[in-house]
Design a protein around this ligand. Structure first.
Ligand SMILES: [Cu+2]
Length: 267
């Protein structure tokens, strides 16, 4: 229905509502544009100098302009109260319980996305600033904590299962970044000192999207959507959406591999 907008392909359950809202805004703004444009053209002709050599100081007596302005305000109120606020409230208020979702922590830094999964035990391991190492441990994860043993950390790679609610706990380590994945119709600023939850349900796997777009190299991408410094343009992460089974398998392997590497750093 909203193909005419030329938006990126849609790959999240709630995205249709966002596209619908964007579509309605465009329709109303087009009506406004045509209306005001026609009014301007009418005024230019109607009040041309050759017909009105002397200025008229009384002004317009008709109420038409008042009515049209009220009309515009009403349409804008409908957009805001009828569409935008309910949609926003549903996105912000109805966060699914963590037990039904995959929770993943995403921490922006200049200029990368640090991804942290709690692992199969679903508990995030302890992190400690003192353990923070820009190269080997950018999140300062304490591998001696039992809850951290199965944790998986990655840089610029986000793996997600399809058709499952995802809760991203978004944070920043330095400046304001913004987590944006256009296909998921998700965009949220990452603010230092805050952990901001966002959630969505990806409903098209990377494989399916490749077939659908006819582009065998298609990749979902996290784009940093706030100018955050000189390296902003290269602050990209890739997102891989897999079937639940593929994701489980990947998670088991990554978890085992990272636990092994942590136990034997010289391996
Ligand atoms: Cu950034």
């Amino acid at each position: 229905m909203t193909d005419w907008l030329g938006l990126p392909p849609l790959a999240a359950a709630h995205g249709g509502q966002i596209d619908g809202l964007i579509g309605w805004i465009h329709v109303f703004m087009l009506i406004l544009f045509i209306g005001w444009g026609a009014f301007l053209a009418y005024c230019l002709v109607r009040f041309r100098r050759s017909r009105h050599p002397v200025a008229n100081y009384t002004g317009v007596k008709s109420k038409a302009s008042t009515y049209s302005e009220v009309g515009v305000a009403v349409v804008e109120a409908i957009l805001l109260v009828g569409f935008a606020i309910p949609l926003w409230a549903a996105r912000i208020g109805n966060i699914p319980p963590a037990s039904e979702a995959l929770v993943v922590q995403v921490t922006g830094e200049q200029f990368a996305w640090n991804i942290h999964y709690p692992g199969p035990d679903r508990v995030f391991g302890r992190t400690d600033l003192k353990l923070l190492d820009l190269q080997s441990n950018p999140l300062g994860l304490d591998r001696s904590d039992p809850a951290a043993k199965d944790d998986v950390t990655l840089v610029n790679q986000l793996y997600l299962p399809v058709n499952q609610p995802i809760i991203v706990r978004l944070r920043s380590r330095d400046v304001i970044h913004s987590f944006g994945v256009p296909e998921f119709r998700v965009k949220q600023d990452a603010v230092p000192g805050l952990t901001i939850p966002i959630w969505f349900v990806p409903n098209v796997t990377t494989e399916e999207m490749r077939t659908r777009t006819g582009n065998p190299k298609f990749q979902y991408e996290i784009a940093c959507a706030q100018l955050c410094g000189l390296g902003h343009a290269r602050m990209r992460g890739m997102v891989v959406v897999q079937s639940a089974e593929e994701f489980q398998k990947w998670m088991q392997e990554a978890s085992a591999e990272q636990a092994g590497a942590a136990a034997d750093p010289f391996r």
